[in-house]
Design a protein around this ligand. Structure first.
Ligand code: NAD
Length: 473
């Protein structure tokens, strides 16, 4: 077991009080991290404030160089990092590798983004120019499903925009983030990036801190509402990336054999703990029987187990609370007599938070497993008859994060996509995010954007400067 320290003002530090972090596959402690409160937060915010006075004056090229250094540090240490990530998060090694290399790639790509001035008016009367000014010190709060990707997608745009940041990982998955902190300690100027750990109770202290200018949050909708409330005291800027209940719509012309495997992974990658996983799959009645059987047959070939073991396709649920929630959803489906194509029958006792791959056969629209975000390896397949009907069912959700349409007729796919009330819709793929395209939710999936120029703008405010050219002074 290793102790991991926090990064505050360019130094790795601890306060002598520790939180233990479990491996969800074994329920054994894999590491300890500092348990911080107000005092450590105040030091981190003060360091970020001091660093901001210099960092905001750096050029785009200087920031780019620093961010590329972060990307390189992650990439060079990817082997160590992905193993550590699996040991705390549970995801299979291959998926942990994807996350680590993905985070390095995201940092490298986003380092190139710039916010150029915009000329609003340039004539004999007046020169009017909009410049984007960094907001200041950012508080970043991230969840446990993609700890490194989420940390990087907050740290990098903050730095690129000219802000400094205090980041809080989830208490369930802070280890890899603190190892990255150690690796970038000498890459970033002291105080620009601070990473501190603590229980959930550290979150509201960040949200309400008087010297933090903006909160960027990824997590559940319930916590997002508390963040909004906490940030309202001094009207902090907020970006909220929250939950989702994404619908996949499969039209009758889709090739059953080809899409079955892709649909499976669109739901079960990271054991279903992905905000943009397909959480409801609507299949046209003409191909429902064949496709549901093909998905269930494929599911039977996928191994559920310890992510560090070769051959594992689906790892454990990341933590006990979520594990119990997913088991409760399965129990609810059983109690209501819904039909299972796979899963739902295994005794979940024993070591490790394992849930069998569970696929439900056409449960009703008001079933909890359809209406709620499951965030686990449980997928409902549902039958539909007409496009209008399925669009209405897909949109009948408090969430509006993403969705997908599967069809050979991509024009038809786009026509359906344009009627879905979500921030992202994929045609014939899933979970593809571009560093250059905005990603964000609608309805209770949050607001604001990450990624791309829109995401970068969230770390700035527009300042308009006008020069009167024909002034009588
Ligand atoms: P969570 O909301 O429980 O926790 C997220 C973070 O918030 C953690 O760091 C936690 O310590 C902190 N926190 C908890 N209470 C807080 C409070 N009152 N004030 C401030 N911070 C607080 O979420 P989770 O269970 O870690 O993550 C799962 C959820 O995240 C799912 O709903 C999922 O859909 C969502 N998610 C969304 C996206 C997206 O981009 N939209 C991405 C990943 C996960």
């Amino acid at each position: 077991m290793t102790d991991y320290k926090n990064l505050i003002d360019g130094k790795m530090v601890d306060n002598g009080q520790w939180l233990e972090v479990l491996n969800p596959a074994t329920e054994q402690v894999v590491g300890r991290v500092p348990s911080c409160g107000k005092e450590e937060l105040d030091s981190a915010v003060a360091a970020a404030r001091r660093a901001f006075t210099q960092w905001k004056k750096t050029t785009a090229e200087e920031r780019q160089q620093v961010v590329q250094g972060i990307a390189a540090a992650i990439k060079e240490n990817a082997d160590e990092l992905y193993r550590l990530l699996t040991s705390e998060q549970g995801k299979p090694h291959a998926q942990a590798q994807q996350e680590i290399y993905g985070a390095a790639g995201l940092a490298a790509a986003q380092s190139t983004l710039t916010l150029d001035d915009v000329i609003n008016q340039d004539d004999d009367t007046r020169l009017s120019r909009t410049r984007r000014v960094p907001v200041g010190v950012v508080g970043g709060i991230v969840p446990w499903n993609f700890p490194i990707m989420m940390a990087i997608q907050k740290i990098v745009p903050a730095l690129v925009a000219g802000c400094t940041i205090v980041l809080k990982p989830s208490p369930f998955t802070p280890l890899t983030t603190l190892r990255v902190a150690e690796l970038i300690k000498d890459v970033v100027p002291a105080g620009t990036v601070n990473i501190i750990t603590g229980e959930d109770t550290l979150g509201p202290l960040i949200t309400e801190h008087p010297d933090i200018d903006k909160i960027t949050f990824t997590g559940s909708t319930a916590t997002g509402k508390k963040i909004m409330e906490g940030a309202s005291g001094d009207l902090k800027r907020i970006t909220l990336e929250l939950g989702g209940n994404d619908a996949s719509i499969v039209l009758p012309d889709a090739d059953v054999e080809k899409v079955a495997e892709q649909l499976f992974w669109s739901s079960f990658s990271n054991a279903g703990q992905v905000c943009i996983a397909a959480k409801r799959i609507y299949i046209h009645e003409d191909i429902y029987d064949d496709l549901s059987k093909a998905i269930a047959d494929y599911a039977k070939t996928v191994v559920v187990g310890d992510g560090s073991q070769q051959g594992t396709g689906v790892g454990p649920i990341q933590n006990k609370k979520q594990y119990e929630r997913v088991l409760d959803l399965i129990q609810d489906a059983k109690d209501n007599g819904y039909k299972f194509l796979t899963g739902g029958d295994k005794d979940p006792s024993g070591t490790g938070y394992y849930v069998p791959i569970t696929i439900l056969d056409n449960p009703p629209e008001d079933a909890r497993i359809v209406a709620e975000e499951q965030f686990g390896p449980v997928m409902p397949l549902m039958k539909f008859a007409s496009v209008d009907e399925v669009i209405e069912r897909a949109n009948n959700s408090e969430y509006g994060l993403a969705g997908a349409v599967w069809t050979k007729d991509t024009d038809k796919g786009v026509e359906i996509a344009e009627q879905l009330e979500t921030g992202t819709v994929w045609i014939n793929e899933f979970m593809q995010l571009s560093p250059f395209a905005p990603f964000g939710g609608h309805k209770q999936s949050g607001f604001g954007a990450e990624y791309g120029i829109d995401g970068l703008k969230e770390f700035t405010y527009p300042q308009v400067i006008t020069v009167k050219r024909d002034a009588a002074v």
